[in-house]
Design a protein around this ligand. Structure first.
Ligand SMILES: *Cc1c(COP(=O)(O)O)cnc(C)c1O
Length: 356
């Protein structure tokens, strides 16, 4: 992808808002750091790289991205390790995935090096916003949307790409109650489920609302054809411990290639845990549960890392899982991941990138 030689114009804010944030009690996704990075795509290339104040941006009502859904995003985190350095967890993988989402949505790709450089500059300015405790992080939201002022349904010719950030505490604070969905679909074969495209999330809100009215937090999505096989949970990949094995569905065009998923599997193999990437039917879970073999279930994703599932609702009955305190295998993996992220152990996988 062609781009001008990157020169980032930096317009630093005069007054930081950091003192308004209670870092001891950060809600998820409501606090935003002082600056954002922006650039625009026109005439076939990315231009106008700049960092300025996080603030409202103005568009005409006919902006294409608002009508036909050419919008994609990423979610990643910067951590302050125990030596005070600011570290990113596998950020290049996120930017590569942003480009895969872009291709699926007929949007321009953006060089990974360019995004890394932009992120470095942004984090230099807002380094004070990276929380200092090991329960929190700076969430980073890169995203891209179509900006043509045009009402025809076709790929836009112009786009904006933005990166903004905000400090976050833990995403879920209690174990999740999830419900097996047998009617609605998050992603279908041949669809856009493997892209982080805005519409996927909008379409999931209604079935999620119905599940919440029944007392669950999130949906356990099944395949769109038979509604028999497990896919994801909410907006996370999902894993189960059946007997001693860690089992998760394979990624494909209906299951997002999660970076947390990949990291958890890598760590599990390293810990000598038996890992199986294969289809899992709801029926299999039911039988395993009846036999006392369903030891653990959890969602995996950047926002929550490992989110334990307390129970799985299926056809009006709940399969209650063992108490979280007994789930030693996922605890071991979760602790292992945390130790790498906060620099408490050697990063043998080369996942951490210093942003200082
Ligand atoms: C972002 C996302 C995930 C998790 O991906 P990570 O790279 O681990 O954050 C899983 N499923 C869906 C649908 C997602 O949007």
């Amino acid at each position: 992808m062609e781009s001008d030689i990157m020169q980032i114009k930096i317009d630093r804010v005069e007054n930081t808002r950091i003192h308004e944030v209670d870092f001891g009690n950060i809600p998820f996704g409501r606090e935003f750091a002082d600056h954002m990075f922006m650039c625009d795509y026109k005439d076939g290339k990315w231009t106008d790289f700049r960092i300025e104040q996080y603030r409202p941006i103005e568009y005409k009502p006919a902006m294409l991205g608002l009508h036909y859904g050419q919008t994609i995003f990423e979610g990643m985190k910067a951590y302050r390790n125990i030596n005070g350095e600011i570290m990113m967890f596998r950020p290049e993988d996120n930017f590569r995935r942003l480009n895969r989402s872009a291709e699926r949505m007929c949007m321009p790709t953006i060089p990974v090096d360019l995004m890394m450089e932009a992120l470095r500059e942004l984090l230099k300015l807002d380094s004070g916003w990276v929380p200092k405790d090991t329960e929190s992080a700076l969430y980073i939201r890169p995203f891209m949307f179509a900006t043509d002022e045009f009402l025809g349904v076709k790929p836009s010719e112009t786009y904006r790409c933005i990166i903004f950030t905000g400090p976050v505490g833990p995403y879920y604070t209690t174990p999740l109650k999830v419900m097996v969905e047998e009617n609605f679909t998050r992603a279908a074969k041949g669809g856009t489920g493997s892209a982080k495209a805005g519409g996927n999330y909008g379409g999931a809100l209604y079935p999620t609302k119905l599940a919440q009215q029944k007392g669950y937090h999130q949906i356990l999505w099944t395949d769109s054809i038979e509604h028999k096989y497990i896919e994801e949970s909410g907006t996370m990949n999902v894993m189960f411990q059946i007997g001693d094995a860690l089992v998760t569905p394979p990624t494909g065009d209906t299951i997002l290639q999660g970076i947390t998923r990949d990291s958890v599997l890598t760590l599990a193999v390293d810990l000598g845990i038996e890992v199986e990437e294969r289809r899992i039917s709801v029926e299999e879970l039911k039988v395993a549960h009846e036999r006392g073999q369903l030891k653990d279930a959890f969602g995996v994703g950047t926002a929550a890392t490992i989110a334990p599932i307390e129970l799985i609702g299926y056809q009006g009955k709940d399969m209650v899982l063992p108490p979280v305190s007994e789930r030693l295998l996922s605890k071991k993996i979760s602790d292992g991941l945390k130790a790498i992220r906060y620099g408490k152990v050697e990063d043998r996988f080369g996942w951490m990138i210093s942003m200082n």
